[in-house]
Design a protein around this ligand. Sequence first.
Ligand SMILES: Cc1cc2nc3c(=O)[nH]c(=O)nc-3n(C[C@H](O)[C@H](O)[C@H](O)COP(=O)(O)O)c2cc1C
Length: 150
Amino acid sequence: MKKTAIFYHSSHHDNTKKLVSGIEGVEAFPVNQAGEAALSQYRLIGLASGVYMGKPHASLLELAGKIAQDSRGNPPEIFAVCTSGSGGKGYARRFQAQLEELGLPVVGAFSCRGFDTFGPWKLVGGIAKRHPDQRDLEAFRAFLERLRKS
Ligand SMILES: Cc1cc2nc3c(=O)[nH]c(=O)nc-3n(C[C@H](O)[C@H](O)[C@H](O)COP(=O)(O)O)c2cc1C
């Protein structure tokens, strides 16, 4: 199994934090603590975020740039994770493309829905209630297991 870390930004309802935390053998850190982690010890790194106005939080791309720069010649495998109110897969795919543009080897992208009370959704009590749910968590763990073994 590859030594794995996930760095996340999760500021709306802790949806992304809930998805990526508490997985055996996988260290999850808020992205603003990445400076304290010895990044070079990980061979598989996940970059995970809620989607805000169509994009993951900018801090993830910043960290990706740093990883690309510091690990030149021997970068870790990277995967992209997005939670969003709509659950659209395009967000994580676009994020993946941005990471690839930095020269990082992206080995997967995962998307799921996350409880969303932004803007008008608040008036109706939010959308994607209870997401990420048990099925989302199981799907993410299966995705991760494939990446860690391959
Ligand atoms: C400011 C803001 C903007 C958002 N924009 C989008 C969006 O463009 N598309 C979408 O599907 N969901 C959008 N959402 C919903 C979040 O992506 C969703 O709730 C996500 O799971 C939040 O993750 P978090 O709880 O980890 O922060 C937005 C939420 C906020 C607060």
